[in-house]
Design a protein around this ligand. Structure first.
Ligand SMILES: NC(=O)c1ccc[n+]([C@@H]2O[C@H](COP(=O)([O-])OP(=O)(O)OC[C@H]3O[C@@H](n4cnc5c(N)ncnc54)[C@H](OP(=O)(O)O)[C@@H]3O)[C@@H](O)[C@H]2O)c1
Length: 500
């Protein structure tokens, strides 16, 4: 079976337990997320009947995992019907939902509600087991909202009759993981790294491949049913040591300056400006740095025995994945829900109130134009007037949006749902169309559509910017941007054509 038909090559060839295929169907919730997106191909490789649960209905998922069933459900939907359908005839359900994108104020209530709805639906459908991946933390200490919420979700799931296996992990190191991207960007971009007092707190990082091994192990070793386990790598390190080891590995000489009074909030905000990870996520994750996240016990080793990767090796693996451009999943794959639940361009009735169109004729082939078009964003930038795009990205970051530094998952083939800076791909038809939906902070909704059409013996390359304004300020925004459109869009088209 090819890696492509499984939705990416599996991480592990050396899982010690054996597949328990006879047990029946496995549901992976949060399949569009960082962990879920890596678990699905791993389970498919091991021969399981996998149902992947996603929130946004998109043909991309079936194309990504042709051997999996796709179920669409929102765990926050009070009617619970779609959730119950997703859980029908399921033996074991992985619970990998998380609402960090909602930001520090809202994620806690949303996560509890989703867990309660899931528990009820799983019980009604007679699911045999639930496996949940939560967060480490000493329950005796005063935990951050994020870690406390991870524990509350575990308690909520356990309130039902379905036995729940709880795996608790700290920082996960892997290409595309939000925590890893934060530390990596800080080390790459700053010569002087400010070290607040909490940088002396300890954590026990674990490689993504080992997390997947433990999740699969929990499924395959029945003695783990209904029990709690802490999972971690072999190294217990301070946050400062993690940054120092990373700077040595990257061969970057960095100066660490101790600033005991620097608050986590300020640090998280600065980090959101310097790294691709937006403020709502950096704040939630960094608030947890005040806690020590170290395994309290190691009982998992009795049931799923293997040697987890040391921190340094996990970093080297993550770096080499990036260098080979093989990042299977990334934190940005999960949608900011406010945008996903918004309408798609074809669903907007009546259509968007404003649009502007630019086009050019060329003798170049559709394939080469499309290839050139698909290079936009990320490290390649926006070809012409890149500084204007970056400035808009910086303003977005300051306003707490995703900004342009979010970049791209990969510089290889694009997929529907991929992120390109502050856009997300809504539609993609090879050599014909690329439709991008805006995820930056805007007083309205915006799309950018590129089309390549045959025109006599030549090709017409066009760009349409659509905008649906929210009230008065939405209209002001459109008219304020209009004078810049010519320079930005027309010159972008010329640059795409030139590079093709
Ligand atoms: N990543 C880490 O470093 C890390 C570390 C320790 C523990 N964990 C734990 O691992 C679990 C998974 O984390 P992750 O990093 O994979 O999260 P993630 O990338 O943020 O993905 C979260 C997933 O939850 C889905 N989701 C959110 N709200 C939903 C709803 N109402 N209904 C249906 N789906 C919903 C998202 O779907 P959409 O795409 O539709 O938004 C997405 O697929 C979490 O419990 C987390 O605490 C992760």
């Amino acid at each position: 079976m090819s890696a492509d038909s499984l939705g990416g090559s599996p991480e592990n060839e050396d899982i010690v337990s054996l597949p328990e295929i006879k047990n029946g169907r496995v549901l992976v919730t949060g399949a569009s997320g960082y962990i879920g997106g890596r678990l699905v191909p791993e389970l498919l490789t091991r021969g399981y009947r996998v149902r992947a649960m996603v929130r946004g209905d998109s043909p991309e998922y079936q194309a990504r995992w042709p051997l999996a069933e796709i179920a669409v459900a929102d765990a926050l939907d009070n009617r619970n019907e779609a959730l119950e359908r997703s859980l029908k005839d399921v033996d074991t359900a992985f619970y990998l939902l998380h609402s960090l994108f909602l930001g520090p104020k809202d994620f806690e209530a949303a996560d509890i509600k989703a867990a309660a709805n899931f528990r009820k639906a799983a019980q009604k459908q007679n699911v045999r087991r639930i496996i949940y991946l939560g967060g480490l933390g000493d329950i005796q200490s005063s935990l951050s909202t994020h870690l406390k919420s991870r524990m509350e979700v575990a308690e909520e799931l356990k309130r039902g009759r379905v036995p729940v296996t709880i795996l608790r992990a700290g920082i996960i190191i892997g290409s595309g993981s939000a925590s890893y991207e934060i530390i990596q960007h800080l080390v790459r971009r700053l010569k002087v790294i400010l070290m607040p007092s909490w940088a002396k707190n300890r954590c026990q990082p674990i490689a993504i491949r080992d997390v997947i091994k433990y999740l699969v192990g929990a499924l395959e070793v029945s003695q783990t049913t209904g029990r709690n386990f802490d999972i971690g790598g072999p190294d217990i390190l301070t946050y400062e040591a993690m940054l120092r080891i990373l700077s040595q590995t990257l061969q970057k000489k960095r100066f660490f300056v101790h600033l005991p009074f620097l608050s986590i909030r300020v640090f998280a905000y600065l980090a959101s400006l310097l790294t691709p990870v937006p403020a709502p996520i950096t704040q939630c994750l960094m608030e947890s740095l005040k806690n020590e996240v170290v395994c309290q016990e190691n009982r998992i080793k009795e049931y799923v025995p293997f040697e987890p990767l040391p921190y340094k090796e996990a970093i080297v693996r993550a770096l080499s994945r990036e260098e080979q451009d093989k990042v299977h999943t990334r934190w940005s794959d999960a949608y900011p829900p406010a945008h996903e639940l918004a309408l798609k361009l074809h669903e907007l009735k009546p259509g968007p109130g404003y649009s502007t169109r630019y086009s050019l004729q060329t003798g170049k082939s559709a394939a080469s134009l499309f290839r050139s078009l698909c290079n936009i964003g990320g490290k390649e930038g926006w070809f012409e007037n890149n500084w204007l795009w970056r400035m808009r990205g910086m303003i977005d970051r300051i306003l707490g949006g995703v900004g342009t530094s979010r970049g791209r998952r990969s510089y290889g083939a694009l997929m529907i749902n991929d992120v390109i800076d502050f856009w997300r791909i809504e539609d993609l038809r090879s050599d014909q169309r690329l439709l991008l939906r805006a995820e930056m902070k805007l007083p309205g909704k915006a799309w950018l559509e590129f089309n390549i059409e045959e025109a006599d013996a030549s090709r017409k390359l066009s760009l349409v910017a659509y905008y649906d304004a929210d009230g008065f300020w939405g209209k002001v925004y459109w008219y304020a941007c209009l004078p810049f459109h010519y320079f930005i869009f027309k010159e972008l088209l010329i640059a795409i054509e030139k590079r093709s």
